[in-house]
Design a protein around this ligand. Structure first.
Ligand code: ADP
Ligand code: MG
Length: 583
């Protein structure tokens, strides 16, 4: 290769490409993305990918430019989850790459299909540690955190890298894929005629794998013998668009279902067989639980302890390594969820369940009791001023439930737990949250991704701390004039605003933020419609107007500083609760 043409060497290309007979690697990248059906690219430009973003726009792909790569990545990941097509993130080398990689790693953990394409230094110079511009071995840095990695050193390899990355992202268990797009490849000039020959249409880019009939039969045998069966729905089932088949299974065989957070709405949360509020009873008493696109991880007590010790799990998952992770699975069904569920429904035909006649009614009456408790909780918080989390949620709940097409983005500690508990969902894939890693800092990116990918109205309910991680990308919502409303629950801190520092310092406590912060003014800076609300009536009016207006809106909700407890519902995970601190 002629390195004098290599900007990574600090020298300019000998001659710019001669249009229209010649093209660059950047053009080939843009066209490959278009060819494989990518509609949106999220990113943040700079050397060496700026021109690539222009050429991507030139292909009719929407380029959504962010203020921070992590948020661009969260947007791409959210598009991947909501559409089943990989979301694409474009970053610059070194820090831009690293910032984006956190989102790509998060996508991999959550099984969202996503491709991060990053500008990169000349690999030959990185390998020899020559101190080139933004030098970093990005290929090997990304490798342990994603499903697959590719590195393009030559422009001719770019289309195959893009197509193979797409296939890797969506196949089997979906996840993040990384393409190291080196500066030499991006800047390489090719004859257009030769370049056009590189494009092809990949065949069966998503090829679902069917389960074994014997495993299907085993699952059906165990399910139909159950006395107290239940179905546990995870976000894998939502991703796989399993709603119709789940409905058939649940309604035909009268089986109660329990959704994980992002599976809420796959079946209606307030449906007659919803066991949403009977989680601990299901764990303790069910004798067979069919786990559909969920993992028996920390969120489910690893399938033991709180669970009935003689429970039999049936587990449907595309990933064979997910089976028997924490407890032996009585009936694994490994394969694509749609094919697996179809096979199960076929095998069930003509068979009868052995469900104990008191099982469903007992869950129903427990669900009614719990609903009353929640209603009382909201009622008790109603008059509180300053508002508490449940005061605000008492207002927000009926508005969101009356607008089932709104996509809800949700992060925080108490703000996450209480919102998830309070707001019933009735449509699949209308809730995106901190997910498996329980991370903070997905809000603005996910809101942008949801709005861009679906065109629907989005409401992001954010703790004040959670908002801080991605707040600057509220400006992206404004620049692209997206129908997103951001609701900030300001209780002045991480968990709450009443942390007291040890008497050795005058600084704020580590958990303390600013109870007087006016986040609405941040919205004003970027031309959003904004509200600062202190009373339930004000919040109600603001949110209704915001959803109706379908334009960028920020609502700063003033809460009491003592509303919220340490770590929300997962305080038990703290190795040392704050009350026990000793110096
Ligand atoms: P939750 O957090 O809701 O419990 P998880 O992310 O833990 O959900 O689990 C989702 C599971 O779904 C993963 O184990 C993943 O392998 C699986 N999965 C995702 N898509 C499919 C699919 N199309 N077919 C089968 N399994 C899938
Ligand atoms: Mg807070």
């Amino acid at each position: 290769m002629d390195t004098s043409n290599n900007p990574a060497c600090g020298c300019q290309p000998k001659q710019p490409p001669h249009f229209p007979e010649q093209v660059t690697g950047m053009y080939i990248l843009a066209k490959a993305l278009k060819n494989v059906g990518i509609d949106n690219v999220y990113g943040l430009v700079g050397i060496p990918v700026t021109e690539a973003a222009y050429l991507i726009q030139g292909q009719g792909i929407r380029f959504v430019g962010f203020r921070h790569e992590q948020q661009a990545g969260m947007a791409a990941a959210t598009e991947g989850y909501l559409t089943g097509k990989p979301g694409v993130l474009l970053t610059v080398s070194s820090l831009g790459f690293m910032n984006g990689l956190t989102a790509t790693a998060n996508a991999t953990v959550n099984c969202y299909p996503m491709i991060q394409i990053s500008g990169a230094s000349d690999a030959a110079m990185v390998d020899m540690n020559m101190g080139t511009y933004e030098q970093l071995d990005q290929f090997n840095t990304a490798k342990p955190l994603v499903k697959a990695v590719f590195r393009c050193t030559y422009a001719k390899d770019i289309p195959a890298a893009v197509y193979r990355a797409y296939r890797a992202a969506v196949s089997g268990r979906p996840g993040g894929v990384y393409i190291d797009m080196t500066t030499p490849a991006l800047g390489e000039v090719m004859n257009r005629e030769d370049a056009e020959k590189l494009f092809y249409t990949p065949v069966d880019i998503y090829s679902p794998v069917a389960p074994n009939q014997s495993s299907v039969d085993r699952a059906v045998q165990i399910l139909t013998s159950a006395k107290r069966p239940a179905i546990l729905l995870g976000k894998g089932a939502a991703y796989a668009r399993l709603e119709d088949k789940i409905k058939t299974l649940v309604e035909t065989y009268n089986i109660p279902y329990l959704p994980m957070s992002m599976a809420k709405g796959l079946m209606p949360d307030d449906g007659p067989l919803s066991a949403l509020s009977c989680r601990s009873t299901i764990m303790k008493e069910a004798d067979v639980v069919m786990v559909v696109g969920a993992r028996l991880n920390w969120m489910l007590s690893f399938g033991k302890g709180k669970w009935n010790p003689s429970i039999k799990f049936i587990q449907l998952d595309v990933e064979p390594q997910e089976i028997d992770v924490n407890v032996p699975v009585a009936a694994p069904v490994v394969g694509d969820l749609n094919l697996s569920m179809e096979a199960i429904l076929n095998a069930l035909e003509g068979k009868k369940m052995s469900t104990d006649p008191s099982w469903v009614p007992s869950l129903e009456s427990e669900a009614n009791e719990k609903d009353e408790k929640f209603a009382t909780r909201i009622e008790q918080a109603k008059g509180l001023l300053p508002m508490h989390h449940w005061t605000a949620l008492g207002v927000i709940k009926p508005i969101i439930e009356a607008n089932p097409d709104v996509i809800l983005i949700n992060e925080g500690a108490n703000t996450l737990d209480d919102t998830r508990d309070a707001i019933n969902m009735s449509r699949p894939r209308h809730r995106v949250d901190c997910a498996t890693w329980a991370i903070m800092g997905m809000g603005m990116g996910s809101a942008v991704g949801a709005a861009v990918a679906t065109g629907k109205s989005v409401v992001a309910i954010e703790g004040d701390s959670a908002f801080g991680f991605s707040g600057m990308d509220f400006s992206t919502i404004c620049r692209f004039n997206l129908p997103v409303t951001v609701v900030i629950f300001n209780n002045g801190g991480i968990y709450n605003g009443i942390g007291t520092p040890l008497d050795k310092t005058d600084d704020p406590a580590p958990t303390t933020l600013d109870i007087r912060a006016r986040y609405d003014k941040l919205g004003d800076a970027f031309g959003a419609t904004t509200y600062y609300v202190q009373k339930p009536e004000e919040l109600s009016e603001a949110l209704k107007a915001a959803i109706k207006n379908r334009r960028p809106c920020l609502i700063d909700v003033q809460l009491a500083a003592d509303s919220g407890k340490e770590s929300g519902h997962i305080g038990y995970l703290n190795p040392a609760p704050l009350q026990t601190i000793t110096v």
